[in-house]
Each structure stands twice: as structure tokens, then as C-alpha cells.
Design a protein around this ligand. Structure first.
Ligand SMILES: [Fe+2]
Ligand SMILES: [Fe+2]
Length: 359
């Protein structure tokens, strides 16, 4: 799955081919990867210096976290890409079309119960109801995350140079997220599924995180949420018996989020340049804690009650579901590889990722 997805990110999908230069940054990424993969040995450190001098680290785009003009080029390309291919869900989706009674909310294999005995015992009608509630639970969780990330990105850009491409792309991303949240809200309303809220403790933890997380911690949390959702939605947008409304919203989200993920990766790389081991370890643990909350909050247990199932039995079967665990591990491979590359996959954080089957 990771390979197919990676190909999509560098121009495999038709939509991405239309993006001008959005994915031609691999040369500079490879250079940085070499440097960070060397454990900070002097020879590579000198290489980094050379790159930064050549690209003008002290130019107008240089900022408080060592943002260079080369870094700003990443944002410029993302802005070009956004200008070439962005969507307005209000007109892109046929919101008035009736929902075919037998269509699922998401591909069966993405249902949390798929592969369990309970799934085999369920009627087709229950599967339809369950998958619609599951997708809406994920969408409302998506709205929650998007509200958190918009605030973090806005705070991160406070008083940054408005002439810089980083500032402009960050605001473009916030505008995208506004449209996404409204799109998800409309989709849930259309499917007739009420809001699923995180439990009160998690809701307060989210409030604290959005108010305090900065730099690599903020962008790490953003990246985790975007990566996990991205892999699912790449399947949903092609799902054979999946509702058109879910296929359409997934397609829009996948295209626009691929830019957000590139931006988040770039921000993390910038903040991690020359970071001390202690800072790296702290960030790794914080991002893993965020991932734990994100993954464990995606599907609310109320979806099982809505499908007429015994909630306790359903939750127990989901916890033991080996198919689900395998899907989570496959979905997280790309993210884990990136975190490892940035030195953000420590022993402590790996233990957390294992607990939620991301590793
Ligand atoms: Fe989004
Ligand atoms: Fe996003």
C-alpha cells in the first residue's frame, strides 16, 4: 500500500500530474536526508552549511527557526500546486442526489469489525448502517482535528513575514481546512448521522494541545492525523460499493491534503535541523502521544449501538481484530519511515505506536 501511495504522491495519480512542480523537490529533500541520516558527523554538517549558503539562508524568508529561501521554495511550489488544483466542495459534490440504500459508508475492509465473527453474523443492513456511522465518526473526528490544527498553524504564523511563501501557504492550508470541515459536516448531515464527540478527558487534552503545542510537536500531530486519514481515503475514493458522497469528499481531501502533508514534513525537517537529542526525544514522545489519541478516538463506540449491536462485545472484537491491526500497520508505514528519518522514532515513541498497532 505504501508503495502505491508513494507513487501517487510523486505524480502517479492523474490529478497530481497537473500540479506544476509540486513534487519536484526531491533533490533538496535527498540532500537533507543524507545530512540528517549521518547523525550530525562533521563532514555532513559542512555539507549542510554549503547548501544553506548557496540557497541564501539569510534572505528575506529566513525566520526564527532557520527557515531558508530554499525552504520557502517548497511553499512556493505548494502554492503553485494549490492554484492549479483546488476544489470547492459546495459545487464539486452533488449534495442533492439521493443516497442509494445499499451503499456502504466506507469500504468493508476499513470497517473496524471486518474480519471478526460479529461481522459475519451481521445483516447487510447492519453493515450499511455501521459503515455509514463509522465514516461519519471519522469525519467528525476529522473536523475536531482540523479545528485544532488551524489554530496551531495560525499561531505559528503570528507576525511572520506576509511576503513569504510559507506564510501564504499556511493561510491557504487554513482556508482548505475550513472548506474540508464544512464538507464533512454536510456529508454527515446528508447521511443522517449526529455528531460523535471525543470523551471529555480527551476533549480537554485536545484543548490543551492546541493551546500549547508548537513547532515540530504541532506539525507532528498534524502530520499523523493527515497521514492516517489519507491512506483510508485513498481506498474510499475508489470503493466499489461506497457512497458517491464519500468517494467525492475523499477525492477532494486526498488531493488537498497531499500538499498539507508535504508542508508539515517540511516544517518538521526545518525544526529538527540541529535539534538537541533531548528536544528530539521530547518531540518524539509528544507526537506519539498525539498519535495515540488520534488513532484511539477515530471511531466512537456509539457506532456499534447505532447498528443495533452489543456495544461491549463489538468493542472487545475490535480490540482483538487482527485484520484491523494489519490495516493500521500498513497505513502507518510511510509515516513511521518519515519519523525514523527525522530521528523521531525513539524507543519510547515506538512502544506507543506498537500499542495502537501503527508499528
Ligand atoms: Fe482537511
Ligand atoms: Fe490538512
Amino acid at each position: 500500500m505504501r508503495d502505491a501511495r508513494g507513487a501517487g504522491c510523486v505524480g502517479g495519480a492523474g490529478a497530481y500530474r497537473r500540479m506544476r512542480g509540486g513534487f519536484s523537490l526531491r533533490g533538496s529533500y535527498c540532500t537533507l536526508r543524507l545530512i540528517s541520516g549521518n547523525g550530525g558527523k562533521p563532514a555532513q554538517g559542512m555539507h549542510l552549511e554549503a547548501v544553506m549558503t548557496r540557497t541564501g539562508a539569510t534572505g528575506a524568508a529566513a525566520g526564527i527557526h532557520g527557515h531558508t529561501e530554499a525552504d520557502d521554495d517548497v511553499s512556493k511550489r505548494l502554492l503553485d500546486s494549490a492554484a492549479t488544483l483546488s476544489y470547492d466542495p459546495a459545487t464539486e459534490i452533488d449534495w442533492d442526489a439521493p443516497l442509494p440504500a445499499g451503499d456502504y459508508g466506507l469500504n468493508a475492509e476499513w470497517s473496524t469489525l471486518y474480519g471478526t465473527r460479529l461481522w459475519d453474523e451481521m445483516t447487510e443492513e447492519q453493515r450499511v448502517t455501521l459503515t455509514r456511522h463509522e465514516v461519519c465518526s471519522i469525519m467528525t473526528t476529522g473536523i475536531w482535528f482540523e479545528m485544532i490544527l488551524q489554530q496551531m498553524v495560525l499561531r505559528d504564523q503570528y507576525l511572520k513575514n506576509p511576503a513569504g511563501a510559507e506564510f501564504r501557504f499556511a493561510l491557504t492550508e487554513i482556508a482548505d481546512e475550513c472548506r474540508h470541515s464544512i464538507m464533512f459536516a454536510r456529508a454527515c448531515e446528508k447521511m443522517g448521522v449526529p455528531q460523535y464527540r471525543p470523551n471529555p478527558v480527551i476533549a480537554q487534552a485536545g484543548r490543551l494541545f492546541k493551546a500549547t503545542a508548537r513547532g515540530e510537536l504541532a506539525y507532528g500531530g498534524i502530520l499523523v492525523a493527515e497521514e492516517v486519514l489519507d491512506v483510508m481515503q485513498r481506498d474510499w475514493m475508489r470503493g466499489g460499493n461506497v457512497l458517491d458522497i464519500v468517494r467525492g469528499t475523499s477525492r477532494i481531501h486526498v488531493v488537498e491534503e497531499s500538499r498539507h502533508m508535504k508542508f508539515a514534513r517540511q516544517q518538521i525537517r526545518e525544526r529538527m535541523r540541529g535539534a538537541s537529542p533531548a528536544r528530539r526525544r521530547a518531540a518524539a514522545t509528544g507526537i506519539a502521544a498525539g498519535a495515540y489519541v488520534i488513532v484511539s478516538s477515530m471511531v466512537h463506540p456509539g457506532v456499534y449501538t447505532a447498528a443495533g449491536l452489543d456495544r461491549e462485545r463489538a468493542v472487545a472484537e475490535v480490540r482483538a481484530n487482527e485484520h484491523r491491526k494489519a490495516m493500521m500497520r500498513t497505513s502507518s508505514r510511510h509515516l513511521m519511515a518519515f519519523l525514523a528519518e527525522c530521528g523521531l522514532l525513539t524507543k519510547a515513541s515506538a512502544a506507543v505506536y506498537r500499542r495502537v498497532h501503527m508499528l
